[in-house]
Design a protein around this ligand. Structure first.
Ligand code: PGA
Length: 251
């Protein structure tokens, strides 16, 4: 079975007004979207439920984070059980902004991944190296370490609910996109790692998407790489060009 192309829009802490949100959604709701692409948008949590109710049915909605407990005294957190109850199918975990700005360790990300999957959420699991790590040849080691923490807590059957987003930190929000060769090399390394650390079937079936300064201008070439199964898009997901990225594999 070929892996279904996957495009996620990570709105981060944007937009700042409901008017802007409505204009992004009206572009998506009226666009001609490739029906073979799985499309997920991840707005700030306060927009999850209204967006789920107003976007066209082909678009799924994702949280940008969650905690690992079902309920309790955890001020400011959202639980996997609450997301499931609200009809939200996906959550992004381990984004580099959470790892860096909010000091999330790989073990913490793994714990949250396990809890989210147990609650029946699907997880967009982000990994990626910093510029100094790339420049000192540590990309594969760093990414494998981030993944190993997750491998350690998941069962083989859990992987059906995981999409891995390879997002080099130096490419996020910088306008410096990885070349298609750099992306392909990192994605193949991840697939090879999954094959050894989990199983060949999981390696073959898991979508590995690229994130970091993806735009309408660079998405087509990246999408031709055999191990690039889609994108996680930040800045460009707030613009009409997100439609072109969703349709990257068309023509
Ligand atoms: P960017 O962000 O597309 O703005 O670089 C990607 C991401 O953080 O997921």
């Amino acid at each position: 079975m070929p892996r279904q192309f996957f495009v996620g829009g990570n709105f981060k802490m944007n937009p700042i007004s409901r008017g802007q949100k409505e204009s992004i959604i009206s572009v998506l709701n009226s666009a001609d979207l490739d029906s073979t692409t799985e499309i997920v948008i991840a707005p700030p949590s306060l927009y999850l439920i209204p967006l789920k109710d107003t976007v066209r049915s082909e678009l799924q909605v994702s949280a940008q984070n969650c905690y690992f407990k079902d309920s309790g005294a955890f001020t400011g957190e959202i639980s996997p059980a609450q997301l499931v109850d609200a009809g939200i199918p996906y959550v992004i975990l381990g984004h580099s902004e959470r790892r860096t700005l909010f000091h999330e360790t790989s073990e913490f990300v793994a714990q949250k991944t396990k809890a989210a999957l147990n609650a029946t959420l699907k997880v967009i699991l982000c990994v990626g190296e910093t510029l100094p790590e790339r420049e000192t040849g540590q990309t594969a080691v760093v990414v494998q370490k981030q993944l190993q923490a997750v491998v350690d807590v998941l069962q083989e059957s859990d992987w059906g609910g995981v999409v891995i987003a390879y997002e080099p930190v130096w490419a996020i929000g910088t306008g410096k996109v990885a070349t298609s060769a750099q992306a392909q090399e990192a994605h193949l390394d991840i697939r090879t790692f999954l094959s050894q650390a989990v199983s060949p079937a999981v390696a073959e079936n898991t979508r590995i998407i690229y994130g970091g300064s993806v735009t309408a201008a660079n998405c087509k070439e990246l999408s031709t790489q055999p191990d690039v199964d889609g994108f996680l898009v930040g800045g460009a997901s707030l613009k009409p060009e997100f439609v072109n990225i969703i349709n990257a594999r068309r023509n």
